[in-house]
Design a protein around this ligand. Structure first.
Ligand SMILES: CC(C)(COP(=O)(O)OP(=O)(O)OC[C@H]1O[C@@H](n2cnc3c(N)ncnc32)[C@H](O)[C@@H]1OP(=O)(O)O)[C@@H](O)C(=O)NCCC(=O)NCCS
Length: 169
């Protein structure tokens, strides 16, 4: 497994992986029209190219046997009121291709996320996770994240409740 920082040439690979993993994770429990809307808004070559270039973000990719199988993005910016720890940074996206769930990619990527966040001067890592995403909630609990509050995430036209979790770095 090789974990690396994405470069602009990775935009197409990132866009494809982001669409697949998002759809695999949430399609079964959501309205297909909301899924189409969200995929259009959030995932595409222009969006992912911009994110890779954005200096307020770091995009990490995991390559396994020549294929990119997971990615994570951290970003500075908006901080919810319930996040009270010092120097917070957001773990915005954290996705492993489903074929690789439970096989050690996620813990290794989380270690790298923490190192990148510290290198950016962060001391608190925070994230929002859908209240119905049981596997992710179990994984984040295993990593030591604790509940801090909630916020609303607009999925297509559907306002959903995300739990806000934090971890001291
Ligand atoms: C969340 C994710 C990164 C975790 O990676 P992973 O490789 O699956 O993580 P692990 O297997 O190490 O840990 C998951 C834990 O959830 C448990 N689990 C599995 N399925 C579960 C379920 N349906 N409900 C609750 N817990 C579940 C596992 O048993 C495991 O705990 P254990 O190690 O104590 O047995 C990965 O599942 C993923 O990419 N999911 C889809 C994308 C996603 O939801 N991203 C987060 C968005 S906020």
């Amino acid at each position: 497994m090789n974990i690396r920082t994405a470069v602009p040439e990775d935009a197409a690979v990132l866009a494809a992986l982001a669409r697949t993993t998002f759809s695999d994770t949430f399609a079964a429990n959501n309205d297909p029209a909301d899924m189409v809307l969200h995929l259009e808004r959030a995932y595409g070559l222009p969006q992912q190219a911009e994110e890779i270039r954005d200096p307020s973000m770091t995009t990490l990719l995991v390559d396994q046997d020549g294929t990119t199988v997971a990615y994570a993005q951290i970003r500075s910016g908006h901080i919810p009121d319930c996040v009270s720890g010092p120097a917070p940074i957001e773990l915005w996206r954290f996705y492993v291709d489903r074929e690789w769930h439970g096989r050690g990619i996620a813990p290794a990527l989380m270690d790298r996320v923490k190192a990148e966040a510290r290198a950016r001067g962060a001391r608190t890592l925070w994230l929002g996770v859908w209240e119905r995403n049981d596997r992710a909630l179990a994984f984040y609990a295993k990593c030591g994240f604790a509940a801090a509050g909630e916020h609303i995430f607009l999925f297509g036209t559907d306002p959903q409740t995300d739990r806000i979790l934090t971890l001291a770095l």
